[in-house]
Design a protein around this ligand. Sequence first.
Ligand code: FAD
Ligand code: SF4
Length: 338
Amino acid sequence: MAVIRDVMPAFQLYQPSSVADAQKLLEQNGHDALVLAGGLDSMDWLKDRIKKPKAVVDLGGIDELKGVHETPDGVEIGAMTTLTDVAQNPIIRQKYGLLAQAAELVASPQIRNQGTIGGNVSQDTRCWYYRAGWPCYRAEGNICYADTPVGRNREHAILHAERCVAVNPSDTAPACIALDAKLVVLTPKGQQVMDAEDYFVGPDLDITRMNILRPGYLLTAIRVPSTWAGAEFYFEKIRDRNVWDFPLMNVASAMRSSGDTIQDIRIAVNAVAARPLRLKMVEDSVRGKPRNTTTGEGAGNLAVQGAVPLQFNAYKIPLMRNLVKRAISRVEEAAWAS
Ligand SMILES: Cc1cc2nc3c(=O)[nH]c(=O)nc-3n(C[C@H](O)[C@H](O)[C@H](O)COP(=O)(O)OP(=O)(O)OC[C@H]3O[C@@H](n4cnc5c(N)ncnc54)[C@H](O)[C@@H]3O)c2cc1C
Ligand code: SF4
């Protein structure tokens, strides 16, 4: 294994204690700044000497970015709330169990104690070529090393790939989309509140980013509206090692039904494309239908329409079909409501 012998480039470390100070620092340092949340993704880039920011803005001392607060129309989760705190919060477990379940299936207890919900939805792709510093499209080069006949692409995309075939690896992102969460972002031009699905960016829009964050931007909170509180939830994550691992794929759904009839549903999958995908066509196709295997199979087939496998990830097509089918036809009962 190659050994890096040069020292990590120096940077100025800022540890603001308020959002206002953090925002000021981010605006002042622009492209030269890196936001540090739990550090599980961001520190890798520094330690591998791939990103060399001049300034690191550590959000760890900003108490106003931490915690879960019930609001008149839902719940607001500070971006710096740890995944453990999200998974264990009584309100989230009782009303929005989908998010508790997704957070609890992230990585290992140690990583969940350190990693934040804001960092989890904002993390970069895990494509090894890119993470190792290879000059691919996403790194502003002119080749995709994963999308070749011998490229290591078992974990990569089957949908919406455009030059880059990397996937978004977040477990909590599809749960946020299924719950119709809103993300609150401070930008140099003011606050933006956006639907979770609009926070994420595919390579067609910008190949170098996975979300809307630009220099000077700060994600402050995730708001989960009460619309889907107490709905029937389904979250399933498939990974190589069940003890802890990134998802090969996951699915998250929130459903309201009357008897056996599906009244309304939101469903999203991740690790199939560079951004988590809300499956609107599937939602439209199952509303008013009985919640059974036939409806689930139809939904699964619809979900994979247009999927294009790479050399080593054809398994993802039946996997996605089956995850969607199960989410529609076999919603788990309130295991997360205690
Ligand atoms: C070994 C390992 C296994 C993992 N397994 C999984 C898994 O199974 N499932 C899963 O979903 N994740 C997994 N992760 C990711 C992990 O859970 C973290 O959530 C994630 O890496 C980032 O969270 P963080 O708080 O450490 O953020 P950081 O690493 O500090 O930040 C991540 C990115 O978001 C930006 N950022 C963070 N917060 C903000 C903010 N408030 N405003 C603006 N920008 C911000 C940072 O600049 C950085 O670019 C794993 C990570 C590791 C190291
Ligand atoms: S999949 Fe994307 S990130 Fe990976 S090598 Fe190809 S262009 Fe780079």
